[in-house]
Design a protein around this ligand. Structure first.
Ligand SMILES: [Zn+2]
Length: 406
């Protein structure tokens, strides 16, 4: 039977959201007063949530006021309960004990700790790093305190990782090895003067073996193809391959693929090559735009910080991203000012003095309008910055709960 997947939690409506769990499946057992609801796929659900098996069962039991049992023949809740109702309660559990209270991503697994003396349940987020308190007053909290989650070694904070890159810390060792290995293979095997189809096959054959999720696949792809020729003219030769991969090898997630492709380029420049070649970035970005690999709307979304939130990933590193965006400044401005303006004169070849005069007038008007727009923008930015300052203050306060405590 095919199991339907839903978002974690189901209140997130984005169909492309990366955190999924199987929908709850139940069957009824017994009858009359002895009727019980059997949660058929509890192990699959807890696997997706990365929580101990009993946690969601206990939580739902507490919420329904029903006893629960873990038996050899299954996971049971006394009474007749619909899967829909249980799913609703599971969302509540997820919001309380699976999502980071700050960024709302389910990234606190392996980092929940009980502070016995204070009776607190704390967690640290793998995604945003924030240390937060979880609800310690819910009836279920006493169960967590009595049976705190046990973690395997791999899940424990790994402080002594040998000084590897900040952004790779969150990826496990196998994934790091696979990333290095596969991107190395791509850069070795790809042919500088090869046919497009030949290179597509080479890259696909390598990537197939690893079965990476989209974010990592395109990160690897970028790291592989930029290896040797980022600063040479042969960059242009790569554009058809890049375009093909983003449009056709991304399972329809074109924006996501592009985002992590740029992420790979970003890391290639800043993490692997310490910023060398950064001056070529704006023109490279222009090439992506010109070859219709990157759209104006896409880049505006990145600048507005809409993309990375949607595609939360282990690869994310805010510092490197900031550097990348700053390095693209020329391109950013060009996009912000509307890239089509520069092309306008080409359309009208007729030389009519009056028309030219009108154009000049219009240009002047436009400039005035733009000035006003810019002033408005500046005001907005100032306000934004004020808000950011306030946020930072709040974050600082939160950070005072020392991470070392955990
Ligand atoms: Zn977080």
């Amino acid at each position: 039977m095919e199991v339907q997947e839903v978002n974690i939690p189901t209140t997130v409506t984005d169909p492309h959201y990366r955190y999924k769990m199987p929908k709850i499946q139940t069957v009824l057992q017994g009858s009359g007063n002895g009727i019980k609801t059997k949660w058929v796929n509890l192990p699959e659900v807890t696997n997706a949530l990365k929580v101990p098996l009993e946690y969601p069962l206990k939580f739902i039991g507490k919420e329904l006021g029903s006893n629960t049992e873990v038996k050899s023949n299954g996971y049971l809740i006394n009474g007749n309960h619909t899967a829909e109702k249980m799913q609703e309660i599971l969302d509540k559990f997820i919001k309380k004990y699976v999502l980071c209270p700050k960024c709302k991503f389910p990234e606190i697994y392996g980092k929940i700790q009980i502070k016995k003396e204070k009776g607190e349940i704390r967690c640290q987020c793998r995604s945003c790093g924030t240390v937060s308190k979880l609800d310690s007053t819910h009836e279920f909290a006493s169960y967590i305190k009595r049976y705190p989650p046990e973690y395997e070694k791999d899940d424990k904070p790994s402080g002594s990782g040998g000084g590897s890159k900040k952004d790779e810390k969150k990826l496990d060792a196998t994934m790091r090895k696979n990333i290095r290995e596969s991107s190395g293979k791509i850069s070795k095997c790809i042919k500088n003067d090869g046919e497009l189809n030949e290179n597509i096959k080479i890259v696909n054959d390598i990537l197939k073996k690893y079965n990476f999720p989209i974010d990592i696949k395109f990160y690897v792809f970028a790291n592989g193809i930029f290896e040797k020729l980022l600063y040479t003219k042969s960059f242009e030769k790569r554009l058809p391959l890049i375009k093909h991969f983003i449009k056709n090898e991304s399972d329809g997630n074109v924006d996501k693929a592009l985002f992590f492709f740029l992420y790979g380029l970003n890391d290639f420049i800043f993490a692997r090559n310490k910023g060398e070649g950064v001056k070529y970035l704006p023109s490279m970005m222009y090439y992506f735009y010109d070859k219709e690999i990157l759209s104006e709307e896409f880049w505006r979304n990145v600048l507005d910080k809409k993309e990375q939130v949607k595609y939360n990933s282990e690869l994310y590193n805010s510092e490197n991203e900031k550097k990348f965006i700053n390095a693209c400044e020329e391109f950013n401005n060009w996009i912000k000012n509307g890239p089509y303006e520069g092309e306008e004169p080409k359309k009208e070849e007729k030389k009519d003095e009056k028309e030219d005069e009108k154009k000049e007038e219009k240009k002047e008007e436009k400039k005035e309008d733009e000035k006003k727009e810019d002033e408005k923008k500046d005001e907005k930015n100032e306000k934004k910055e004020e808000k950011n300052e306030e946020k930072k203050e709040e974050e600082k306060k939160e950070e005072e709960i020392n991470i070392d405590d955990i």
